[in-house]
Design a protein around this ligand. Structure first.
Ligand code: ADP
Length: 261
């Protein structure tokens, strides 16, 4: 684990405590199916927040709204103080998708994946020595230097997630957004993965993740947002553990069992 040791992660710079993402009175549905109602929340710079809720409760949808990939039917969504749908500085956000499965992706190497993080910064020029140094540092931070020349299709799930996080770091992301990042990752690697996220958060990166593993959430996240169409809880993790929001949210599941969302 080398995260946090370098102490020199580069980011575009967000003042601690300023709004990174904000949703106000958001409602959203796919066609006739209402998915989110009355959702307001604000993620501030430096936070480490987990979104939990039953399958089909709207977690991925909330994340897509937050990233401007979907537009709300009513209400407003902002990213770094701008309307999320027109926010165009993608390098500030590192998105690690669910099962970042690489099986259908091109057989490129880990270093090439991480190098892509530099593209928004270099435009049409070639990568400079400085850019490559940033790529190498990102690989080292996530503990993947030894795998730099391996094809991503030949990595374990946990290693692949690290490669995608390194890409975000190389892009100098301020915000890391992860959708169930540890599905299919073995238990030991899950712990190491969460330690990495914690170290990155200590370095000032805002972390928002969807996680079905409630133990991982309560062990690591500082804030829990518990969702089932509406927000059942939004606050400190200890308060969430002590309260009954989880039971209420899961007890009134929006969709029948078996809906995998
Ligand atoms: P979660 O991430 O909590 O499992 P989702 O946000 O993926 O929940 O889904 C919320 C609801 O919206 C579910 O009922 C799901 O079936 C439905 N849904 C998700 N994506 C789409 C889509 N692209 N088109 C239609 N319905 C969708």
């Amino acid at each position: 684990m080398t995260a946090g040791e370098s102490g020199s992660l580069r980011r575009s710079g967000t003042d601690s405590g300023s709004a990174v993402a904000e949703l106000r009175d958001v409602e959203f549905g796919y066609a006739a199916t209402p998915v989110l109602e009355d959702v307001s929340l604000r993620i501030d710079s430096g936070e480490y927040a987990a979104i939990v809720g039953p399958n089909g409760s709207g977690k991925s949808t909330l994340m897509k709204l937050m990233l401007g990939l979907l537009r709300p039917d009513t209400g407003e969504v902002q990213l770094f103080g701008e309307p999320a749908h027109s926010f165009d500085d993608g390098s500030r956000i590192g998105y690690v998708a669910q099962h970042a499965s690489a099986s259908k992706e091109m057989p490129i190497t880990v270093r090439e994946v991480v190098k892509m993080g530099r593209f928004p910064h270099v435009g049409f020029r070639r990568l400079s020595d400085g850019d490559w140094a940033i790529v190498d540092e990102a690989l080292e931070t996530v503990g993947m230097s030894a795998f730099a020349d391996r094809r991503v299709t030949q990595l374990s799930g946990g290693q692949r997630q690290r490669a995608f996080i390194a890409r975000a770091l190389a892009g100098e992301a301020d915000l890391l957004v992860l959708d169930e990042p540890t599905v299919g990752v073995d238990a030991e690697s899950v712990d190491a993965f969460y330690e990495l996220l914690e170290a990155l958060n200590d370095d000032g990166i805002t972390v928002v993740l969807i996680e079905h593993d409630l133990t991982a959430v309560t062990d690591h996240a500082e804030r829990v947002i518990c969702l089932n169409r509406k927000i059942y809880f939004d606050g400190e993790t200890e308060e969430f553990v002590a309260g009954d929001a989880l039971a209420r949210a899961f007890g009134t599941a929006a969709s029948p069992a078996g809906d995998s969302g």
